[in-house]
Design a protein around this ligand. Structure first.
Ligand code: AMP
Ligand code: ZN
Length: 112
């Protein structure tokens, strides 16, 4: 399968990894939008959020839990933002689900 994030998870393409376990990998975004900007991905290939099944619910919980643990470890104790873009209108560009974690600057809402 020709998937960028599967290749990063497998170590076939280099990334600045922050964390890895049997289910997830976290690495710094290549084009950071904040002083802290990393991605948490499942090792399992899931194309987009609407492809999730009942069996994936615990995995998404693990992604969110990993995101907050790493955000705190990156000094985001005053707050941070998580984003998951879904499909074209949601702004998704890489079709392997990922949770963005952004921090160490003031975030605004709505994002535009
Ligand atoms: P999205 O637009 O939500 O699909 O986000 C994809 C993210 O992946 C963007 O923020 C990109 O900067 C990031 N990205 C693309 N290629 C790489 C890469 N090789 N290493 C790290 N981050 C990447
Ligand atoms: Zn993939």
């Amino acid at each position: 399968m020709d998937c960028l994030f599967c290749k990063i998870a497998a170590g076939e393409i280099p990334a600045r990894k922050l964390y890895e376990d049997d289910q997830v990998v976290a690495f710094h975004d290549i084009a950071p939008q904040a002083p802290v900007h990393f991605l948490v991905i499942p090792k399992k290939h899931v194309r987009t959020l609407t492809d999730l099944t009942e069996d994936d619910k615990a995995l998404v919980g693990h992604i969110a839990y990993t995101a907050q643990r790493l955000a705190m470890a990156q000094g985001c104790d005053e707050g941070f933002r998580v984003v998951m873009n879904c499909n074209e209108q949601g702004g998704q560009t890489v079709y392997h689900i990922h949770m963005h974690v952004l921090g160490q600057r003031q975030m605004h809402w709505p994002p535009g």
